[in-house]
Design a protein around this ligand. Structure first.
Ligand SMILES: Cc1cc2nc3c(=O)[nH]c(=O)nc-3n(C[C@H](O)[C@H](O)[C@H](O)COP(=O)(O)OP(=O)(O)OC[C@H]3O[C@@H](n4cnc5c(N)ncnc54)[C@H](O)[C@@H]3O)c2cc1C
Length: 380
């Protein structure tokens, strides 16, 4: 069988590797002329690390020992001992540079079967094959198509026709700085919560610190007249150090700003010879740090489903059985986490922060057992 994949992001490359492992010929079409993930960090939870292991992908990561949640004055609310994840879940939590993860996935997939600068414009599906129309006017045919083409997936638009993603009401700025002189120890993540806003920072494997700041804003993504740094200083300038130091150390041109979106969970991702993976299937807010981890799980599950079944219809059924509820739960949990951060009323913020400070750090991790463990029912 020949698989066609739209998109060579984390989801498309993971699906490509897994489908090849299942014995299929794979062709990935990526509209960008180069594979160039943006300069930012990702947190990979044990479920994501497990999927990477299954795909045979080794990325340059830094293991996380603890994640601290503080209020915006720097008062510590709770510390999560994520270093204990390995003992409980068999895999650790790590930080990775997006470009390093994408490069590791691309290396495992290899150059053969990857066409860059090639945009999928649409597909037609019949009993015998699926055809995709490409931007150069040509058509490619295969036995199945995976739409791994991200948040605004054209494949999803044609397959499900369920409109645009939903703006969540918050925007996120991101940056990377040299770690020298900045008080974020390697192996630690720090998350500060404010009024309708948050800031987080963590070390990557290469002496760089990744940071992100989130506030409630009208949709827009564009910087104000003073630039991103000015916008950030207005919102985070009086927060506890090292928040202002991280903003000051980043050049304006290196700051990214994106509005946050998700979609209501879908009831299915497949029809005929076409299915979806990654953000095309289940875009979620970044608050649980699970979007990429879920995309990696999709790839593994898709490959295994094709391998274990004798028809495409059965394979897509098994794929959805393994993935749909699980990924949709993460969409819902991520949205819930975003709503928690968006609380802006000072009294409610005090109650929220007080509640968080009463929770044992271990419990916050255990609440995620169903996501992080291969079989949560087997955990003590
Ligand atoms: C601020 C932020 C922080 C995050 N932090 C985390 C985290 O800590 N941990 C985590 O697990 N997840 C995190 N995520 C989520 C994660 O980044 C995404 O879920 C993940 O990158 C999705 O990968 P994807 O391959 O599905 O989509 P994408 O990365 O969007 O890739 C889609 C690819 O398809 C290509 N494409 C689009 N249209 C076409 C077309 N028509 N033809 C061909 N190619 C096309 C695009 O160029 C792109 O390369 C975060 C997300 C954000 C926004």
């Amino acid at each position: 069988m020949k698989a066609l994949i739209a998109g060579a992001g984390i989801g498309g490359l993971a699906a490509g590797i897994a489908l090849r492992q299942a014995g299929l010929e794979v062709q990935i079409f990526e509209r960008s002329p180069q594979l160039q993930e943006i300069g930012a960090g990702l947190m990979i939870w044990p479920n994501g690390s497990r999927a990477l292991e299954s795909l045979g992908v080794e990325a340059k990561t830094l293991e996380v020992k603890n994640v601290t949640l503080s209020n915006w004055h720097g008062h510590r609310l709770v510390e999560m001992p994520v270093g204990s994840a390995y003992v409980r879940y068999g895999h650790s939590v790590s930080f990775v540079h997006r470009a390093d993860l994408q490069a590791a996935l691309a290396k495992t997939f290899g150059p053969q079967g990857l066409r860059l600068g090639c945009e999928v414009r649409g597909f037609s599906d019949n009993e015998a094959e699926v055809e995709v129309a490409l931007n150069d006017g040509t058509v490619a045919a295969g036995d199945l198509l995976v739409g791994a083409d991200g948040l605004r997936s054209p494949v999803r638009r044609q397959l499900l026709g369920d409109g645009d993603p939903t703006y969540l009401g918050s925007t996120i700025w991101r940056g990377l700085v040299a770690s020298e002189g900045i008080a974020v120890p390697p192996g630690s993540g720090i998350n500060w919560w404010g009024r309708g806003s948050e800031f987080l920072a963590f070390h990557l494997a290469d002496s760089k610190i990744y940071w992100a700041g989130v506030t409630k804003e009208p949709r827009g993504e564009r910087p104000g007249p003073g630039g991103h740094k000015h916008d950030l200083s207005e919102r985070f300038g009086d927060w506890a150090e090292p928040v202002p130091a991280l903003i000051a150390a980043t050049s304006d041109a290196a700051i990214l700003r994106n509005d946050m979106y998700d979609r209501p969970p879908a009831s299915h991702w497949s029809r005929g010879r076409v299915t979806l993976a990654g953000d095309a299937a289940h875009p979620m807010s970044p608050n649980q740090g699970q979007g990429a981890c879920q995309a990696l799980e999709d790839g593994v599950a898709l490959g295994e489903s094709v391998k274990r079944t004798s028809s495409l219809a059965e394979a897509f059924q098994l794929y959805e059985r393994r993935r749909l509820r699980r990924a949709n739960r993460e969409v819902a949990m991520s949205r819930q986490a975003t709503r928690g951060v968006q609380i802006a009323n000072p009294l409610l913020c005090t109650l929220r922060d007080g509640f968080m400070s009463l929770l044992p750090g271990r419990l916050i991790l255990r609440i995620q057992d169903a996501t992080l463990a291969p079989d949560a029912s087997a955990l003590p």
